[in-house]
Write a new protein. Structure first.
Length: 182
């Protein structure tokens, strides 16, 4: 089981990703699974939104749920790292352990997971979605609300809990790193 808690201004969301036992599994395995799940759920704050994910497929199930509305996020370095860790945990569970030469099993290491994912990760996906959203915003007329809000520059310090930089500044910084102009 993997757990990710995303802290936001209004509410927190906790995702628990699980392998659900199949009908062919033993009753002991099923009971252990449900006991673990109940213990995990009891540890979660009653104010959190809880989402339990099953039948894991990282590309089609985990990623869309974990990054819902991510094109509007401003992500800190800490949040980027938390998302990468979460994704590696999920992929590690999906792929399962590796058999060594001594017929022992060990969990996959981070570099093995990166090789399996061929350089793609959840943070890169979010950044690509943000760039896509930026192209939609730029095409809008200057009188549209989304364009006005995006181009607005705050005149005073941000309140506690608010992002230190604007969304547009974050996306432009990503574009500069990719050496994309205009």
């Amino acid at each position: 089981m993997s757990k990710l808690r995303i802290r936001r201004q209004i509410s927190n969301t906790t995702f628990i990703c699980v392998y659900v036992p199949t009908e062919t599994d033993t009753n002991k395995k099923k009971e252990d699974f449900y006991e673990k799940l109940i213990r995990k759920c009891e540890k979660i704050s009653k104010y959190d939104t809880l989402t339990i994910l099953r039948d894991l497929n990282a590309e089609t199930l985990i990623r869309p749920v974990a990054v819902y509305a991510s094109e509007t996020w401003t992500i800190t370095k800490k949040e980027e790292e938390e998302l990468r860790i979460f994704e590696r945990k999920i992929i590690r569970q999906i792929l399962g352990p590796i058999s060594t030469e001594e017929n022992e099993y060990r969990p996959r290491m981070n570099f093995e997971i990166r090789d399996q994912m061929k350089g793609e990760n959840i943070v890169n996906y979010i950044k690509s979605q943000q760039i896509k959203q930026l192209s939609h915003v730029i095409r809008k007329d200057k009188t549209k609300t989304i364009r006005i809000v995006t181009e607005w520059k705050p005149t005073e310090n941000r309140k506690r809990g608010k992002p230190k930089i604007r969304w547009i500044d974050d996306v432009v910084e990503d574009l500069k790193m990719l050496e994309i102009k205009n």
